[in-house]
Design a protein around this ligand. Structure first.
Ligand SMILES: [Zn+2]
Length: 192
């Protein structure tokens, strides 16, 4: 269900055909849940091969969610062309719109890392630039190299939040999308 939701949000919010992206790049999408208590990664969907689970479990980084683009290039020992979606087990019981917002956040990482911003329906206009800058000012900028929450990321997420408001019934304001998508990554709620 989560996999289908990722594909749906990719289509609706970004105009990005996720299954086609996987087909063209000849990759698989695997997903693991981040078990914070046991400090390990466990299968979530996609039938993540044991070989990959073994490699990623050699070290543990606590996070609420994540997206690893081209895992086989990022992590020595992974020889299956793949992307990896990560979600903390504690988030699985969140309300739908909250999970949706985190998925939108992770899709922004994918869109940027795969160089596909221009292949989406996102409009990087004055409004997105303005909101993106506001959001970026509200993040932990010193951690940018690790979080990848660059000003480009924030601007892309701002544009995605405008689309989410337009095309999804779950969100009635762009700020709600941003504040949910960045709820673990901003110093406080974004207000304008
Ligand atoms: Zn992020």
């Amino acid at each position: 269900m989560l996999k289908e939701r990722i594909f749906e949000l990719s289509k609706e919010v970004f105009g990005f055909d996720f299954p086609k992206y996987l087909e063209v790049t000849n990759k698989s999408l695997f997903a693991v849940k981040i078990n914070r208590k046991a400090k390990c990664y466990e299968e979530l969907f996609g039938e993540t091969p044991a070989s990959i689970l073994n490699v990623i479990n050699r070290s543990f980084f606590e996070a609420q969610a994540g997206y690893s683009y081209d895992l086989h290039n990022a992590l020595p020992g992974v020889d299956i062309p793949s992307d990896l979606f990560l979600l903390c087990d504690e988030r699985l019981d969140d309300k739908t719109h909250k999970i949706d917002a985190l998925i939108i956040h992770e899709l922004c990482h994918l869109i940027i890392d795969s160089n596909n911003v221009q292949n989406t329906t996102l409009e990087i206009d004055d409004s997105a630039n303005y909101l993106g800058k506001k959001m970026w000012d509200n993040t932990d900028i010193e951690n940018e190299a690790i979080s990848r929450h660059t000003i480009e990321f924030c601007t892309v997420l701002a544009a995605a939040s405008l689309n989410a408001m337009k095309y999804l019934s779950t969100f009635d304001s762009k700020l709600k999308v941003i504040n949910q998508a960045m709820r673990f990554d901003m110093k406080g709620r974004l207000r304008i």
